[in-house]
Ligand binder design. Structure first.
Ligand code: 5AD
Ligand code: SF4
Length: 469
């Protein structure tokens, strides 16, 4: 087993039989005297990346080794996203390419999971039009993959799993893709039903893990070398761990663990951005001073149509509190352009919101109608040319503000976790600290995974440059 494999000590009744099945798959391979390879293709958000690490953990338990390309693999798993149409198209195109692999070797098993196939219509499409796909599994059925693989290996029928209910499966093994950076899911699902969003339909209702289970996993991660832990959830700040344990309390408890590490969290909903959470960020040294607080729009009319449950003013009040409590905070946001009925005035409100908040970075998206959501049925869908022109203006404004915000770091020495070697130059390292943009500096790759001090010397729009101190 690889160094990056971790197996939790707490295994619940949902997970235990599946782990036994994983061992049964490993025995089959052993009997045949083979060590086959697996390949996982991941689309979408950090939650999907975390899910893929659990899938990799199951593959490791089932006796597979990682492959560097799908062509080498005997088991291919595709973890899909459904948040925008583009993501679904990309996944379908990649799955289409797997046909050649299956034609060349009919013993290859291909499974598709994630948000796309949690929609009945998409699962049906894969069943009918992609006959080489062995099984699909929804976002609540990741733990069932060992059974699905076992059945596929032993000549069972194709399976298309859509669960009746979403349970937490505690104790799935994890094969982490990085030793020093870790995702830690603390809750799943979403209750907010923003009118444009497919997530509540494909990830189910909110359910929080028990605080003790999360803290135990954090302890294990830190012992295994994790230095940067991100608490994950679709709506992470509505975490309810029982006995009044909210996200602020949970973070205080994790920060109290021994070790040199730092803590992040995402994604937050503005309605649940509590004073307690802001105070936790202000008081705990280990919490990174970065708050991702998606605003989506600056227009009260559009916010109401989006069912966001806050107003421009109440959002700005939270931002003011946050800036007062954490003066050096980096604030980022998601913004949707071209929501149905968005007028020029509404869009100007979004631009003025950006100018007022002065975001360190904005992730912007052109509205994509999602079948089954209320917004997809709204009149006044915005023509693509109008949305694209608005998007260009938003990007230009966002990049200018981002560069101005980065400027405050120039001349300062920052504590940076070295993450990797630059893709463009093997003598340059990249790392991250409080700034949301990556930091580039010269150094040896033996520093990867360590904290170093870097003096920031330059500011580009998409990164900061510096030198080791
Ligand atoms: N169209 C465009 N963007 C969307 N998002 C969610 N649903 C849609 C959609 N239908 C964006 C939101 C969310 C981010 C993860 O994706 O901005 O915060
Ligand atoms: Fe989607 Fe809104 Fe839930 Fe975020 S809070 S996942 S945008 S429904």
């Amino acid at each position: 087993m690889t160094d990056n494999f971790i197996q939790s000590k707490i295994i619940d009744d949902v997970t235990a039989p599946q782990l036994a099945k994983a061992e049964a798959v490993a025995s089959l391979h052993q009997k045949n005297g083979v060590t086959p390879k697996y390949f996982i293709q991941t689309f979408g958000c950090q939650q999907n990346e975390a899910d893929s690490e659990r899938l990799a953990g199951l593959c490791t338990m089932m006796g597979y080794e990682p492959a560097s390309s799908p062509a080498e693999a005997k088991l291919i798993l595709c973890n899909t996203c459904a948040v925008r149409e583009h993501a679904e198209k990309k996944a379908l195109s990649i799955i289409g390419q797997y046909k050649h692999i299956k034609d060349a070797d009919p013993s290859v098993i291909i499974g598709v999971g994630g948000c796309m196939v949690t929609q009945q219509a998409r699962a049906d499409k894969l069943k009918m039009s992609y006959p080489y796909v062995s099984f699909t599994f929804d976002t609540g059925a990741i733990h069932t993959v060992p059974t699905l693989v076992y059945e596929a290996l032993t000549g069972g029928k194709r399976r298309f799993v859509l669960s009746d209910e979403w349970k937490i499966s505690e104790g799935l093994p994890i094969t982490r893709s990085s030793r020093h950076q870790a995702w830690l899911s603390i809750m799943y699902g979403c209750n907010n039903f923003c009118s444009y969003c497919i997530v509540p339909y494909v990830r189910g209702r909110e359910r929080s893990r028990k605080a003790e289970d999360i803290i135990e996993e954090a302890r294990q991660l830190i012992a295994g070398g994790a230095k940067d832990i991100t608490l994950l959830g679709q709506n992470v700040n509505s975490y309810k761990g029982g006995d009044g344990c909210d996200i602020a309390e949970l973070m205080h408890r994790i920060c109290a663990l021994d070790g040199d590490f730092r803590l992040r969290f995402m994604t937050s909903h503005p309605k649940d951005a509590s004073d307690r959470l802001i105070e936790a960020m202000a008081s705990e040294e280990k919490i990174v001073k970065h708050f991702h607080l998606p605003v989506q729009s600056g227009s009260d009319r559009i916010l109401a149509e989006m069912n966001r449950k806050y107003t421009r003013d109440s959002y700005l009040e939270k931002i003011a509190k946050l800036k007062a409590a954490v003066p050096d905070v980096s604030i980022t946001s998601d913004i949707i352009v071209g929501f149905p009925g968005e007028t020029d005035e509404d869009f100007e409100d979004t631009l003025s919101m950006m100018s007022e908040v002065r975001y360190d970075m904005v992730f912007s998206f052109i509205y994509s109608p999602r079948s089954g959501t209320p917004a997809a049925k709204m009149e006044n869908q915005i023509p693509r040319e109008v949305s694209s022109a608005r998007m260009e203006r938003l990007l230009a404004l966002g990049d200018g503000i981002s560069k101005e915000r980065n400027q405050r770091f120039v001349g300062r020495t920052l504590r940076v976790l070295v993450e990797d070697v630059s893709k463009y130059d093997s003598t340059t390292l990249t790392g991250r600290g409080n700034p949301v943009r990556p930091i580039h500096f010269k150094g040896d790759k033996s520093l990867i995974g360590q904290f170093v001090n870097v003096k920031i010397t330059g500011n580009e729009t998409f990164c900061l440059n510096g030198e080791l101190v």
